[in-house]
Design a protein around this ligand. Structure first.
Ligand code: NAD
Length: 495
């Protein structure tokens, strides 16, 4: 496999050099150090060198942020919807103007390729969509009760919490702050300890566009104590979380044990792709390879289990071997044309390697990859694991790396059973030219999103996104997005 270009010279070759990297917490419209004064380090996964040190929020900082959000709520929720739309559109414009800085910050913290960063483009697009949603929050009315006009109203919760993951930091932040603020809530966000810099930059942009103080508060910190303090806070009435199943469960428990706050969860996946013998292989191969390679496999919707019909298995596997190596070549994310960066950090790199070791120890074949790529940076070779047993660790757990499991099948009913034999249910895909079979399979697959003759990350801002089973609870995006950020009230008016 080709060596990886990871030298420091790449920094000077990037189009952007930061003037200042924000390291403080964004509370009540100001950047402030944490109460404890403690900081934590973030390492660049490409160079393995220190990227930044930022202040670490604890429980007292959460209290300050909640206080600010509580004070800001009455005025923010009393604005007209059009005024809130205006602020969110200004923030989207500011993100677009500062795309270079945001892409740079994501490249040096989590290794996301800098050029043409899809997550920045979608962040801008999604925020504009959410901005428009502010003026589209309505309830129902009815004359069905004799002597009454009845109404339902959708109203904001008040102070809300959001906890985001490291893999798509800016987009995950936008998908929460957009509908939360559009509906009149105020927000306390905790970004991931692995990639907090782009979220802090959004705090600065909020300041620049004149977002009222306290409406958006952004904390950097760890799951414990910061995330836990948000999940347990008695003044937070709703929390939206994206991350792992383990942390999602802890948050639901903390919510239950405190004030039973409303919880929505966007969690992990182990997404299957079924390729029937009539499939267009020339389309299925790049779709399968892109899905598992993009963002270095660190995608909740990554297609990580392929089931290919036995009649075309050899042809598919041969083409996949080439596609996995050639489609998104690895290099420093700051260099132009880099397709794939490293894994986010040493811990995540070692976790992915442990799955490859598991395959080796259990004599499961890896016809492509199977090891580290290069010597500096946390790069993993694109890997195919062939015919792993259904109950093996590589088939059951989310690997979160460029590692694809490929199995064969012969019968539709049998493959559907295998595809659905997972506690996850985020995304699933099918390739076939038979429309009836496609629709049968779509209906049978247990997943929040299903691709037909395409695979993840195909999605759309106006389509609901979320998981079945342990992949989540609630939906983001689409016309339903604001439902999850509002309480319903029924009003009975006697005539
Ligand atoms: P993670 O669960 O380790 O961390 C996510 C966030 O939760 C971080 O901010 C972390 O500090 C915080 N956290 C951890 N423990 C906590 C606790 N006990 N209480 C409160 N907060 C806590 O997940 P990650 O490694 O950052 O992200 C990867 C995971 O996220 C994968 O499982 C991936 O599939 C999932 N993900 C899902 C979606 C989706 O939309 N469904 C999108 C992106 C990522």
């Amino acid at each position: 496999m080709a060596p990886v270009a990871t030298d420091d010279a790449a920094h000077s070759e990037s189009a952007y050099t930061p003037k200042h990297i924000e390291d403080k917490l964004f509370i009540d419209g100001e950047f402030v150090p944490s109460v404890s004064g403690k900081k934590f380090d973030i390492y660049n996964p490409t160079t393995e060198k220190l990227a930044a040190s930022v202040y670490e929020a604890g429980g007292e900082d959460v209290d300050l942020a909640v206080k600010a959000a509580k004070e800001a709520f009455p005025a923010w929720s009393a604005l007209s919807a059009a005024e809130r739309t205006g602020y969110l559109n200004k923030l989207a414009d500011a993100i677009e103007r500062n795309a270079d800085e945001l892409a740079y910050l994501e490249a040096i913290t989590m290794g996301k390729p800098y050029v043409d960063d899809f997550s920045i483009k979608f962040s801008v697009q999604n925020l504009r969509y959410f901005a428009g949603k502010a003026i589209d929050v309505a309830g129902d009315s009815s004359l069905n009760s004799t002597g009454f006009v009845t109404l339902s109203l959708r109203q904001p919760f008040g102070v809300c919490g959001a906890i985001t993951p490291w893999n798509v930091p800016l987009l995950m932040l936008v998908n929460k702050l957009g509908p939360a603020l559009a509906t009149g809530n105020t927000l306390v966000v905790k970004s991931s300890e692995k990639s907090p810099l782009s979220s802090l930059a959004v705090g600065r942009l909020a300041q620049e566009i004149g977002l009222p103080r306290g409406v958006l508060n952004i904390l950097s910190g760890f799951g414990r104590p910061c995330g836990e303090a948000i999940a347990k806070h008695m003044d937070i009435r709703k929390i939206s979380f994206t991350g792992s199943v383990i942390a999602g469960r802890a948050i639901k428990k903390a919510a239950a044990e405190s004030n039973l706050k409303n919880v929505t969860l966007e969690l992990g996946g182990k997404s299957p792709l079924i390729i029937f013998d009539d499939a267009d292989i020339a389309r299925a191969v790049p779709a399968a390879a892109f899905s598992i390679l993009v963002n270095s496999g660190q995608s909740c919707v990554a297609t990580s289990r392929v089931y290919v019909h036995e009649a075309i298995a050899t042809q598919f596997l041969d083409a996949m071997k080439t596609a996995m190596v050639e489609l998104l070549p690895a290099a420093n994310p700051l260099l132009p044309n880099t397709g794939r960066g490293p894994q986010v950090d040493k811990a995540q790199f070692e976790r992915v390697m442990s799955f490859l070791d598991y395959a080796r120890e259990n004599n499961i074949s890896m016809p492509v990859g199977g090891g580290r790529q290069g010597t500096t940076g946390y790069f993993v070779e694109p890997t195919i694991i062939a015919n792993p047993p259904e109950d093996s660790r590589v088939m059951k757990e989310e690997i979160f790396g460029p590692v694809l499991c490929v199995n064969t099948f012969t019968d539709e009913a049998e493959v559907l059973k295998r595809a659905n034999d997972t506690e996850f249910g985020l995304y699933a895909s099918v390739f076939t030219k038979d429309i009836s079979r496609a629709l049968r399979v779509v209906k049978a697959l247990e997943a929040g999103s299903v691709g037909v003759n395409c695979s993840s990350p195909s999605m759309a801002v106006d389509m609901p996104f979320g998981g079945w089973k342990q992949s989540g609870d609630g939906r983001e995006l689409s016309r339903h997005c604001t439902d999850y950020w509002t309480e319903l009230k029924s009003v009975f008016i006697a005539l």
